[in-house]
Design a protein around this ligand. Structure first.
Ligand code: NAP
Length: 325
């Protein structure tokens, strides 16, 4: 089914960023923390599949493969960058690729980090710069937000977002500078966003664009896992408690019920899970991570599906309400 691309784009209020309701998440294509099956050639083809399907924005970060995700993304976008929005992040540092990463929102690091991103992304301005984590070091918020404002005034950054802030942190940050978007975890299996955070984001003036990350619960909502699924040590899911024990089994039960509904609609369950996210109040778009084109083909089906009023959304809600985490 052909869909008018304008019906599957949404604007981040107060900006000129019209984003496809599914964005492409670049964490896995960085090649670290997501197992041993990441292949740069397949990643490039995944990015091309996303572009071909009308995905017009990519979420990356310096931390993703310590710059490798940026390199692969830039390579994939060669000759096709016109109209593409790149959202990246700022404020995490590490000493050597294997070292523990930590947040640093000091003005000097923000500037250094942004300059490195500009170089890697081969651009002179960043479309959306997002603070990766709230500050874990004693930088006054006014200095952080003031530096982000200054980077905008200098033309190096167009719009500013925050990731992983709670409602109170968000309100505090907004007292010190302009914020346009919030990136937060949200999926059918992870719904903390629905309380005070959604209220804080939607009551902002103008409301914040909300970009849902991990919308497939790290792949759990694609229906490909079974009770005996395991992960290599190089895969962060080997240490994720959502993928072991009774919690994993409870999630798999919900996913199998969702799969029945997806089959009735003749769509992949991944698309149904993403479309559900896109339809939730306050959500602007979902960021779906992917390693290969076949995954992207499934995920992008969510954009048209989210527009369908004839789908059994109330039944989907009933299935999800049975999940207790
Ligand atoms: N701001 C932050 O702190 C933060 C934190 C986390 C994520 N993010 C952003 O959000 C993006 C999305 O989150 P995420 O990547 O952690 O989780 P996700 O989108 O829920 O899951 C992505 C993973 O699921 C698997 N997958 C995706 N589509 C599939 C399909 N159709 N069929 C089968 N498997 C599929 C792939 O891994 P396998 O093939 O290995 O299963 C893929 O890497 C990230 O890439 C990143 O850009 C931001």
């Amino acid at each position: 089914m052909l869909t008018d691309p304008s019906s599957t784009r949404r604007r981040i209020p107060g900006t000129d960023l019209d984003l496809s309701t599914v964005g492409f998440g670049c964490w896995a294509i960085g090649g670290q923390w997501w197992g041993d099956d990441v292949d740069d050639g397949a990643s490039v083809r995944a990015v091309h599949a996303a572009l071909d399907a009308g995905v017009n924005w990519f979420d990356t970060a310096p931390l993703y493969g310590h710059g490798h995700a940026d390199d692969v993304l830039v390579r994939a976008l060669a000759g096709r960058r016109q109209g593409v929005v790149i959202a990246t992040k700022v404020g995490v540092r590490w000493d050597g690729a294997g070292a523990h990463a930590r947040s640093d929102l000091s003005p000097s690091w923000l500037r250094e980090d942004v300059e490195s991103s500009l170089r890697r992304l081969k651009t002179d301005r960043i479309d959306l710069l997002q603070v990766h984590w709230p500050c874990q070091r004693p930088t006054p918020l006014a200095e952080t937000m003031g530096t982000l404002d200054a980077l905008r005034a200098e033309g190096k950054v167009r719009w500013v977002g925050l990731c992983n802030y709670n409602a109170d942190g968000l309100r505090l940050a907004q007292q010190h500078g302009e914020v346009h978007s919030l990136q937060t975890p949200y999926s059918a299996l992870r719904r903390e966003f629905e309380s005070s955070l959604r209220e804080a984001a939607t009551r902002s003036e103008p409301p914040l664009g909300v970009l849902a990350y991990e919308p497939l619960c790290r792949g759990l909502l694609t229906g490909k896992f079974h009770p005996r699924s395991t992960f290599p040590d190089s895969d962060l899911r080997a240490r994720d408690e959502r993928f072991t024990g009774s919690r994993f089994l409870r999630a798999l039960t919900i996913v199998s019920r969702l799969s029945l509904l997806a089959r009735r609609l003749d769509v992949p369950v991944a698309a149904l899970a993403l479309a559900w996210v896109i339809r939730q109040p306050g959500i602007t778009a979902a960021i779906a991570g992917a390693k290969r084109a076949s995954q992207v083909h499934e995920n992008v089906a969510a954009m048209a599906l989210a527009e369908r009023e004839d789908a059994p959304w109330a039944e989907v809600d009933r299935v999800l309400s049975a999940y207790r985490g």
